[in-house]
Design a binder for this molecule. Structure first.
Ligand code: GTP
Ligand code: MG
Length: 202
């Protein structure tokens, strides 16, 4: 596993601000565009946020899925607010958990004026699940710019990578080149990820 050197570019000050428990809850301070990181539980959202901002543990990474219950908001310089969205498809979630998730996340992606783009995380090893497709449909309806980001690229060998990317692209009806391949462990994709976020904001 070849780990890339930490990039010195883009080291903007980043900080945790607050956790939103309602989709319309305001973020105090200067108004900034919001970029969401969303995907299934355990796909690597918090790790990707840390990769993006270049910090080891700004967002809490957890071995137990379903720990993130609120919309955790981080400031990335004066560029944007990064919003770590609780994951879906969490197998132990009960009916009440699912309903609470839906209210918060559906509400957030459908009626948040400051939301400029969504990084939609998918595990590079798996084809999109039923939950992934349902979430993709919700995003498509909302017509916000979406960038599919494939996580955990270090977990598959080079020889399998192209086939995995192609299979996911086919399932999403997207061009394989439009999917961003990342690894929070090797830092692969860090620069491209930052460019993508900068491209979302005016
Ligand atoms: P929830 O908030 O619980 O939904 O999880 P999450 O989507 O925020 O995932 P998180 O970043 O907490 O990572 C989940 C697990 O996957 C942790 O054990 C991470 O160490 C691991 N993980 C995340 N990114 C990578 C990666 O790029 N490569 C590898 N090998 N493991 C990763
Ligand atoms: Mg998380």
């Amino acid at each position: 596993m070849k780990v890339q050197a930490p990039s010195t570019r883009g080291l903007l000050p980043s900080e945790y601000l607050l956790s939103l428990v309602r989709p319309d809850q305001p973020i105090p301070g200067d108004p900034l565009p919001e970029i969401a990181l969303a995907g299934r539980a355990n796909v690597g959202k918090s790790s990707l946020l840390n990769l993006l901002v270049g910090r080891k543990a700004l967002a809490r990474v957890s071995a137990t899925p379903g720990k993130t219950r609120a919309l955790n908001v981080f400031r990335w310089g004066d560029v944007c607010h990064l919003v770590d969205v609780p994951g879906y498809g969490w197998s132990k979630a009960g009916h009440a958990d699912r309903a609470a998730w839906r209210k918060l996340v559906d509400g957030y992606v459908t009626e948040r004026p400051a939301l400029r783009g969504v990084l939609w995380l998918l595990d590079i090893r798996h084809e999109p699940s039923v939950d992934d497709r349902a979430f993709g449909a919700l995003l498509a309806q909302r017509r916000i710019p979406v960038l599919p980001v494939l996580t955990k690229a270090d977990k598959i060998g080079r020889s399998k990578r192209d086939a995995c990317v192609a299979a996911i692209a086919r399932a999403l009806d997207a061009d394989p080149g439009s999917l961003l391949v990342t690894s929070a462990h090797t830092r692969e994709g860090q620069e491209a990820l930052r460019d993508a976020v900068l491209a979302f904001v005016p």
